[in-house]
Design a protein around this ligand. Structure first.
Ligand SMILES: NC(=O)c1ccc[n+]([C@@H]2O[C@H](COP(=O)([O-])OP(=O)(O)OC[C@H]3O[C@@H](n4cnc5c(N)ncnc54)[C@H](O)[C@@H]3O)[C@@H](O)[C@H]2O)c1
Ligand SMILES: [Zn+2]
Length: 361
């Protein structure tokens, strides 16, 4: 499967194929003789080494840098030494940087590639289900600041994204469910047929059955690519659809810290709140909301988030980075596959809904 991300002037391809990693040096088509740096999650050392060997065999002097994929990596302090490594390895502005790992690596190495010598070629190779369908697509790079997450960064589209679902086999179950959370999000905001498929087959997807897995990733990438192409820099509000379930997810991550739940797990909890709000605000029929709630509640997410009080979550939504002039704008559903923006959710209504989905009083 190949999806083209159609940005004016800088369109690029997302290649999605089991085994595509072995083909990467050819797909990357870096100019002959230019230098390459392969920077990736040290848990994927075997793949990093193989990739470096393949680039070297094609005539590219290649440097390999393995880093720990921890949220801490996403900081100016942690990436500063990497610039020195690239400079000492002699990477010039014709060089290519390959980032291999999950969203942590993608955010940090994407930033590095976009700022090293004012930007060099960047090939992104996501290795988690979440990164395959979400963070690797859309061109957001991000580092954290002591005052908050993802506050430093730039929009920088990669030159190529290569998704190899075979890489996901080592991924643990919670990280797979985390990716599933974002996949369900795409279905609910844009694709009723995908939603029906997930209701029946999410276990087979999480087990990485083919061709289901490749096809589903391809569909999500196409949905995200279309939304990003329509609103690359979050100006028209179209890209905001991607925040379905995220207002409460971000609030929960803020209150509980980032270790409690994987991002996509928090999104599953956040989507339950968004579905209940959609009905409370009169957008979504109660029967349909019940069907969605039953499905979302059946997905295996650890339930220790229930110890946080609805009040604290409500307070945390007020700090949401994406809040607008009129406060927090919720992305809600009026049917499966279609969203509405709504500024009219009162704190009282949100509190009541959060209690209903399981937050403490
Ligand atoms: N830029 C964006 O648009 C965007 C969107 C969503 C999330 N993000 C960011 O992505 C990050 C989370 O991404 P993530 O969930 O992919 O996390 P991650 O990169 O931290 O990976 C999760 C865990 O899986 C391990 N891992 C990665 N690939 C593996 C593989 N193939 N086999 C076995 N283990 C593997 C990692 O070592 C890590 O322990 C957050 O920092 C978040 O802010 C960015
Ligand atoms: Zn998300």
């Amino acid at each position: 499967v190949k999806v083209r991300v159609p940005l004016d002037g800088r369109a690029y391809d997302v290649v999605i194929r089991s085994g595509a990693l072995r083909d990467l040096p050819r797909l990357a088509s870096a100019p002959r003789g230019t230098r390459v740096a392969v920077i990736g999650d040290r848990r994927l050392m075997g793949s990093l080494r193989r990739l470096a060997r393949d680039f070297t065999a094609r005539g590219h002097p290649t440097t390999t840098i393995a880093v720990a994929a921890e949220e801490r990596l996403k900081s100016l302090r942690e990436i500063e030494p990497l610039y020195g490594k690239l400079l000492r390895a002699g990477l010039d502005r014709h060089a290519t940087i390959v980032g291999l790992g999950g969203g942590t690596i993608g955010d940090a190495v994407g930033f590095l590639a976009a700022t090293y010598l004012r930007g060099v070629r960047f090939v992104s190779v996501p290795s988690t289900l979440l990164a395959d369908v979400d963070s690797a697509i859309g061109g957001k790079t991000a580092l954290n600041h002591a005052l908050g997450k993802n506050l430093i960064g730039l929009f920088a589209q990669p030159d190529l994204v290569v998704v190899d679902p075979a890489l996901l086999r080592g991924l643990d179950r919670r990280d797979r469910i985390s990716g599933l959370g974002e996949i369900v999000k795409y279905a609910l905001i844009a694709d009723p047929a995908l939603y029906r498929l997930l209701e029946r087959n999410w276990r087979r997807l999480v087990a990485l059955e083919e061709p289901l897995c490749t096809r589903t990733i391809g569909r999500c990438v196409a949905i995200k690519a279309a939304i990003v192409a329509a609103d690359e820099r979050e100006r028209t509000g179209l890209r905001a659809q991607l925040n379905f379930g995220h207002t409460v997810a971000h609030a929960l991550e803020n209150v509980a810290g980032y270790g409690l739940l994987r991002h996509g797990e928090a999104v599953i909890v956040g989507m339950r709140a968004a579905v209940a709000l959609s009905t409370a605000r009169g957008h979504l029929a109660p029967g349909l909301a019940q069907r969605l709630e039953t499905y979302l509640a059946s997905l295996p997410v650890p339930d220790h988030w229930q110890r946080y009080s609805a009040n604290r979550i409500v307070a945390a939504t007020r700090h949401d980075k994406k809040r607008g002039a009129h406060g927090v704008r919720f992305v809600l559903l009026d049917r499966i596959g279609h969203t509405v923006g709504d500024d009219g959710v009162s704190p009282e209504m949100l509190r009541a809904v959060l209690r209903r989905v399981g937050f403490r009083r």
